[in-house]
Design a protein around this ligand. Sequence first.
Ligand SMILES: [Zn+2]
Length: 316
Amino acid sequence: MAGNLKARSPGLERPDSIIRKTFNHMGKACEKKYYMHWVLWHWPEIVGDFIANNTSPQGIRKDTLYIYSDNSSLRNELQMMMPQIVQSVNNFAGQKMIEKVAFTKRWEKADSEGIDEIRLTPAEAEENLGRERCKMPLSPVEMQAAEVLGSEAEDEEIGRAVSNLYRKHLQLQKLKLAKSYKKCPQCGRLMAPEESLCDECRRSQRDKITAAVRQVLRDMPWARYPEVKKYVPECTTKMVNEQRSIMVQKLAADTDVNDKTSIKAKTLVMLYRCLPPEQLNEDNITRALYDLRFDMHRPKDYKAPKRYEVIKLGRR
Ligand SMILES: [Zn+2]
């Protein structure tokens, strides 16, 4: 069985890559909408038919999935299962999609409207995953844990649904392990064997590195990649260039277009041209700021001067 699972293991990451690929075509604005559609599309598979029939996802705002249910005893039961549902959604997606689930009134215009446009996404990969999950055996202890969870519900049907959801969750965890998924060394979330960190941790690590890059550029605006690398060994050329250009944009927007003498204006030139302070002179300051004139803060009546009015002919 393990061999069989391994052979099919590329199937596991498919939902994630389908989503990514779709975003590449649709752009970032569609991302949340697509997540929503995706969750709705798979809602019965994620939570089971009973829960799916008695709830309806309304939308995703920030990191929260909002669901509506008019079944109050189910609501009570699910309230306790929220972390479970979050994990089921995220596990099913193969990536962290939501952080919380909350109940809400029925939205006048749920984000799930218009789902049919997107239903064309091939569901084959997810079906494979579902089939493999079903075959994943659970230990007596795990089965009992699921029963216990379910038995706490007052309503029998709800109890069954809750046990089911929990069993599904355990199966998916095991399935990922059986596919030689390993735990992220930082947070313990399951991740593909070829990764060294999970998506979440990788993102937060990247954020730390780029923050360190910005810090170096604040201290030494003229620093180029090799210098920055001395202080932030993990950074890449691309990161340094990106952070530099973000900082140039911000600083320019905050600097008056006629200002050529303040520390801010000079810092901007150092950052933009990678010039250390001792190499600044009137000419290179004038030229650099002329280049940046449209990114800088301009007074209302500002009229951009002609190039020859600013930069003297014959000088380079
Ligand atoms: Zn992690």
